[in-house]
Structure formats: C-alpha cells, structure tokens
Design a protein around this ligand. Structure first.
Ligand SMILES: [Zn+2]
Length: 448
C-alpha cells in the first residue's frame, strides 16, 4: 500500500508546489482567507468529499480577534478579484473561512487531520535575494505574507485529500480534513471546536513545518506549547490643558505606563515558566494635552493552564489598579487564546512506526519551544472524549538556519520574518507520511 501512496505522491509533487506557490502569492491573513478557503472547498468537493463551510465549520460567536467589518468586506472583494471560488465565497462572507472535508467509508474510527490556512501581518521582502520574489510568487497582498509555512500546510492538505480519495477503497471509518483559519494570534481553533467539528474524532493528527531542521527530519509527538491569552486593553481618561489646567485631566498614558512597568513585575511562579509581553502602546494626542486614552496590545503565557490563568489574573489586577490610580476607565478584550497540551504517546509512536516502515526519515525527540499553538484546543477536545491526538514536526529548512545561526543571521531568516522560505520537498514528504498514517489508522480490521 505504501508503494501506491508513494507513486501518487510522486505524481502530484509538481502540483503540490504549484498549490503552495499560488497560496503564497495570494497570502491572506486571519479571518480573510476567502480565496484560499473557497478554493480548498472547491477542490475537496471535486474530489468527492462532503464539504462543510459556514456555521457547521465555525461557531461565529466564538471567533476571536476578528477584524473590523469594513476590512472583512474589502478583503472579500479582493478575494473575488483574485479568483476565489464564487459559490463557496458567497458562504464565507464576514470572515467565515473554515472548511471541513468529510469522507465516510463505513464502520471504523473517525480520523481528523488539521491544516491551517492563514498568513501573517508582514510585508514580504521584495528583493532578488528572496526566492519568492525572484521566481514571481511573492505575496501580492500588502501586509500579508506566508512567513510561517501555512501555505505549505494548505497545499499538503490538498495533496493528502487527493491521495486518500484515490485509495478510498482501503479506508474504513470517517475521514475529516479540517482547514482552520486564523491560527496566527491563536484565534481560530476555538471556534471550530465550538462548532462541534472535533466531537466525534477518535484520532487527531496535526503537523507544522520547521525551519532549522532538514527535510526528512521529523518529530513525532510535538508538545510543550505554552498556554496563552492575547488581549487588548483600553484606558479612558479625560483631556485637559497641560499648562493651564492639568489637575482636571485624567492621564491615560500614565496609567498605561504604570501598568506596563508592573506587568513585567508580576512575581515569578514556583510552578514553572511564565511570560508577559506588551507589544504595542498607543496613547495621547498632542504635546500640550493631558493624554485621555491609551491602547495596549499584550499577551501572557504559562507552561501549564494553571500558570497561564495565574499570569492573566495578575495582569488584570495590575491593569485595574493602574487605571484606578489615575481615575481611568479600563476595557479589556480577549483577542486570542491557546491551551497547553501534550501529544498522546501511543498515537505518536504509531506515527513513528509508520514512518519507520516507509523509510527516509530521521527522528528527533520532542522539544519545548516556548511557543503557542491553538491546535491545542482541538487536541484537548479529542482527548477529553477519550480519543488521541498528536502533532508532527516536519523539517523544511531552506536557508540552513543552523549555519545562519553561527553567522548571526538566523534572526532575519526564520519563521515570522519577511525573508522566510521553506524547502518545498517537504510537501511530497508530508503528503506521503500523513496519507500513510491515515491509511494505517483506517485500515480494514478482520471481522471478529
Ligand atoms: Zn505556524
């Protein structure tokens, strides 16, 4: 069976690169992946999958960090002009950009694979040193760039969809291919979980391409993601003449500054590692005016859910106290959220055994990155119901990050930078592996 998968994966390899470059060129950030999602839905439908979009794929009230309605509408138009599928696009208005493809093949387990769709809010490098620019597939969309490899993830998802549709007589059970919007800022997974997409899943497999690790190097059972809350805080005071009447103002900038200093002063915790960051502060209006408003963009993290809850609760206490000191009103909005989670060892080992049988892989032990991933919401839902979940790290280094690190250049080449690129050989490798793992989980069992 592995031979059949290898043959199909090899046959479609050029197409996978085509998909990746097309998605890269039309990069779309979270909740406006209209073109990408509608084309995915169309392709899945053409391959014979039952396609779920709209509220069966996403609970609209649970979407976090949604852009303004005017931006959602303008981006919908942009996607239409850039060749989105007109039928599915209609069903995705207002940022309903999740897609689930389902294939039912009789009695057996429900197996789900997850692929994320979105780009980052980054302007892509436009110099000949950057391959996507040099070869004509750099992002056409300003402040949107696939700098984390989700373009590859989406292409891999379409590849797996095709392979499995072509060998579907070997499947027993239900296959779900989940295409998730708005992973960046950890905003999208919770809404797919809330729509019930994971409720019947027995096995859940996710993956992420990795720079700093070569194609063929894999980690079975990624884990150690930090739980995190992303939040915005607004402080509202009152303006006044800074020379003539300062005592009648209420200084929101000072409240924000006080809050920020003390957010970083939240006590360390004996239970494990924690983080806090204020990434942006905007406040005030002019030189001689007491600043009446301030806006903070911030996040807290913790190694466990408990530590994350501790950091967020203390952060709220600090903000409220600082607002009180300067008689300002405080408004806080949660913009994104992820949980901590661990891959199930049994499923991780099963993935590794499949990879060993296929050959061509080198295995690395799971490592803790300090990063966060909202795939953890999906993992936890499946695990809560007695199912198993795992995530696979797939080496896809293009720049030779370990070499670049010794030269002090890795910081400008890695994920989330304007020069990010990946080794496209990972597309075929990932399609082979994820297809083989799915077939293994869904193979027909002898009748008892
Ligand atoms: Zn990512």
């Amino acid at each position: 069976m592995v031979e059949a998968i290898d043959a199909i994966a090899a046959e479609i390899a050029p197409k996978l690169i085509g998909y990746r470059r097309d998605f890269h060129r039309h990069a779309e950030s979270g909740w406006v992946e209209y073109r990408t999602a509608s084309l995915v839905a169309r392709r899945l439908a053409n391959l014979g999958y039952t396609v779920h979009v709209g509220s069966t794929a996403l609970s609209d009230g649970e979407r976090m960090g949604l852009p303004e309605p005017a931006f959602l509408a303008a981006q919908w138009e942009r996607a239409r002009e850039q060749g989105a599928d007109p039928v599915f696009l209609e069903e995705m208005r207002g940022g309903m950009t999740g897609v689930v493809g389902e294939l039912r093949r009789g009695q057996g387990p429900t197996v789900a694979l997850r692929f994320d769709l979105d780009a980052l809010d980054i302007d892509e490098d436009q110099t000949p040193a950057h391959r996507p620019f040099r070869e004509g597939f750099a992002s056409l969309n300003s402040n949107m760039m696939h700098a984390c490899g989700h373009d590859a993830h989406t292409a891999i998802g379409l590849g797996v969809a095709e392979v499995l549709a072509r060998v579907d007589d070997r499947l027993r059970g239900t296959l779900k291919l989940i295409f998730q919007p708005a992973e960046e800022g950890v905003r999208g997974a919770k809404a797919m979980v809330a729509a019930g997409v994971l409720d019947d899943v027995d096995y859940l497999v996710g993956h992420h391409v990795r720079s700093g690790s070569a194609v063929g190097e894999i980690i079975c059972g990624m884990g150690g993601w930090a739980a995190t809350v992303k939040f915005d805080a607004w402080l509202q005071g009152a303006p006044a003449h800074a020379g003539g009447n300062p005592q009648s103002g209420r200084n929101a900038l000072l409240a924000a500054a006080t809050a920020i200093q003390n957010l970083y002063a939240i006590s360390r915790h004996g239970g494990g590692s924690t983080r806090v960051n204020v990434g942006r502060l905007e406040a005030g209006t002019g030189r001689n005016v007491i600043p009446a408003h301030a806006h903070l963009v911030a996040e807290t993290r913790g190694e466990t859910q408990e530590l994350s809850d501790y950091m967020y609760a203390r952060a709220m206490q600090v903000l409220e106290a600082a607002a009180g000191m300067y008689s300002c009103e405080l408004l806080v909005k949660r913009m994104g959220e992820a949980q901590s989670a661990q891959s199930d060892q049994e499923l991780s080992e099963r993935v590794q055994r499949v990879a060993e049988r296929m050959g061509g892989f080198r295995f690395f032990a799971p490592l803790s990155t300090g990063g966060s991933e909202d795939f953890t919401f999906m993992m936890r839902r499946v695990q809560q119901q007695g199912g198993m979940a795992t995530s696979v790290g797939l080496g896809a280094d293009y720049h030779g990050i370990s070499q670049a690190a010794t030269e002090g250049r890795d910081g400008v080449l890695g994920a989330h930078t304007s020069l990010f690129d990946l080794d496209e050989r990972v597309l075929q490798v990932a399609v082979r592996l994820l297809s083989a793992v799915t077939l293994d989980l869904m193979k027909p069992r002898p009748a008892l």
